[in-house]
Write a protein that binds this ligand. Structure first.
Ligand code: SF4
Length: 357
């Protein structure tokens, strides 16, 4: 039997039940989900499914990530609500590709872990499955493992196995509608030019779950817990001195009242300039390198290859001696005495992240 898998949260319990019910069946997992966006989220969900399948002793096959074709299929349905017509097309695509793969591999049965997902219409999936059964002469196995105590048991399995619990269905359209409704920053779509790994970004989750796999492999005890914290995203920042834009690097947690300021250097000490407005501090690259123990040659170099977010936070703390500081700290190649104009668009917001202890 070929089992289409959408994510480990849905697949782990579903596969356990399928293994129980079909003990003599060769069960193969098929991860085919070009709907998942962005690509790193796709990689993260695959990593988690791979980990889960290994635990269950199930062979896993990865399908193609043909995002462009998927986007063409749902064109015109971008604004449909979840469970609407876009989802029907999404199910059609994933189930039809699965049945074709099942036939290619010589299977006579196929199914999908989408059946256990609480936000998916089982009726719709059953109907699509039945149509594909008659079209391809390959039996769709419909099972409702979520009724009764199913969802509760599924939740326990997810916790026991430290699986990645994503908080959106998968596609860009569902994600943007959900974040808009929640009035929440869509930080899944942030990817800075510096490639710095930001707190509670998909990239940071990917690192965390790779670490989980490593600890599991080495049999080292661990637990994933949640922590509430203040998150930060820099949207844009520009520094002009005497009307000329200069390369500048804004340290994390830099914010500005009203997003812009004009000022001049009021005081200078140890290559750190203190402007006369909005508590702005300007560091020369030389002082930044000294404080951070780094060897950057230019600010542009720093912009494209910054230290880790945590190291940057340490530098901020050393400069301000204030762990809750939100004043703007920027780094420039050299301190210049002139008229500073700074525009900064940054967000600070309450967030929750997972950490391994
Ligand atoms: S919301 Fe989920 S099921 Fe619906 S189209 Fe997006 S990814 Fe597919």
């Amino acid at each position: 039997m070929l089992v289409h898998i959408c994510c480990a949260v849905d697949s782990h319990y579903f596969l356990e039940k399928i293994q129980e019910e079909f003990p003599n069946e060769e069960i193969i997992g098929f991860f085919y989900d070009p709907n998942i966006h962005p690509y790193n989220e796709y990689r993260l969900r695959y990593l988690d499914v791979d980990y889960s399948c290994k635990k269950l002793g199930i062979r896993l096959i990865e399908g193609p990530y043909n995002l462009e074709e998927w986007l063409k299929k749902v064109k015109g349905l971008e604004n449909e609500p979840e469970k609407g017509d876009r989802c029907t097309v999404c199910f059609d695509d994933r189930l039809e590709t699965t049945v074709k793969k099942a036939i290619e591999l010589g299977h006579d049965k196929f199914t999908s872990t989408l059946l256990i997902s609480p936000k998916k219409s089982q009726d719709k999936l059953e109907k699509i499955g039945a149509e594909l059964t008659s079209k391809y002469d390959c039996e769709f196995i419909f099972r409702d493992y979520r009724s009764g105590k199913g969802s509760q048991e599924q939740g326990l399995v997810v916790k026991e196995n430290s699986l990645y619990r994503q908080n959106y269905c998968g596609c860009l359209f569902g994600l943007s509608a959900q974040r808009e409704h929640q009035d929440k920053v869509m930080d899944e779509m942030f990817n800075p030019i510096s490639n710095q790994i930001l707190p509670e970004s998909i990239e940071s989750r990917l690192e965390l779950y790779k670490k989980r796999d490593d600890l599991e492999e080495k049999n080292i005890p661990y637990k994933i817990i949640k922590q509430r914290f203040l998150n930060y995203r820099l949207m844009s920042g520009i520094t002009k001195i005497d009307k000329k834009i200069i390369p500048s690097y804004f340290l994390c947690y830099s914010t500005l009242n009203r997003n812009s300021m004009n000022g001049r250097i009021e005081y200078e000490k140890d290559e750190i300039a203190y402007l006369n407005r909005d508590e702005v501090k300007v560091l020369s690259l030389k002082s930044f390198n000294e404080i951070g123990n780094s060897t950057y040659q230019t600010v542009k170099d720093l912009m494209f290859n910054p230290p880790t977010f945590e190291s940057e936070l340490n530098i901020r703390n050393k400069v301000t001696n204030n762990p809750y500081g939100l004043s703007t700290i920027l780094v420039v190649d050299e301190l210049i005495d002139g008229k500073y104009e700074i525009e900064l668009n940054a967000l600070i917001y309450e967030d929750v992240k997972e950490v391994i202890i």
